[in-house]
Design a protein around this ligand. Sequence first.
Ligand code: NDP
Length: 309
Amino acid sequence: MEKTKCIIIGSGPAGYTAAIYASRANLSPVLYEGDQPGGQLTTTSIIENFPGYPDGVNGNDMMSDLRSQAEHFGADIRFGSISAVDFSKVPYKLTVDDGTVIEADTVIISTGASAKYLGLEDEKKYAGRGVSACATCDGFFYRNKVVAVVGGGDTACEEAIYLSGLASKVWLVVRKNYLRASDIMQKRVRENPKIEILFNCNVYGLTGDGKVQGMKVVRNVGTQEEERFEHNIDGFFLAIGHKPNSDIFSQWIETDKTGYIKTYEGTPRTNLPGVFAAGDVADPHYRQAITAAASGCKAAIEAERFLQK
Ligand code: NDP
């Protein structure tokens, strides 16, 4: 059976940064990229807040650079996902989705988070036919069409702005009477003539013959002013937050009630010795590329120190 000193699960900024540091520390890390190589940033358009890029950087380009940097120092980067783990004893056992089992002395979990959906039956019914959680992946199909984005955070604003560059009209459906997004994003949305905000609104259904053609909206639900209406749309985008990808670890690793892996004392240490968590899977608060990269760095340093002991 293959054995490694350090296995890294996931290929976002946390995973690749951990791989850079672990390789330079001679840990010969093996990194499994997961279902979405490069992680969430490959679905974003331009990253404007990562230090060092005054003109912003394309998400795919940045992830490709991080991957090359990790490879340059000798990280063994592999296609595939870890589908199961056995953390009952050291060395830890990890099963890859092709059935291979690998033993590892240290594990860095950087599996990120996945987009949440509203939970409507219609989201499944129209999956791939007008429903999407990634504007930069699918926006192209909505040129000169009408789309809706659900959510009031930075992601929703960013997606709405991106889509406004393609679509003829963007409805931004916000369940409260305010946006949660940062001031700069709110300003951009409000000043964008193609974006119209529907405050106090929830989408409760989608309509259409084989593909999305409309959304059913309720305003002020549960109050005396409750009203229901429909808008014609061609695309329906979710931007209501993310769920940490921690399910396969939760039997062994402590998580909070949402599933974020608990880490201790401001470090990437989990409740298991030699198992570290970095990036969005362990971060309900910041969830930025730069904070993910920083925690990946910390996890690799922790792994190195753990192995030295
Ligand atoms: P957030 O958790 O910040 O926002 C989620 C939004 O979705 C909120 O408006 C929330 O409403 C709404 N929502 C949640 N569940 C539902 C539901 N069932 N129905 C309707 N609306 C719902 O998530 P984001 O993904 O926007 O951002 C996550 C983090 O990433 C934040 O810290 C953000 O600042 C950061 N980020 C930064 C960016 C940047 O700086 N360029 C870009 C993107 C993200 P409510 O307010 O009522 O809870």
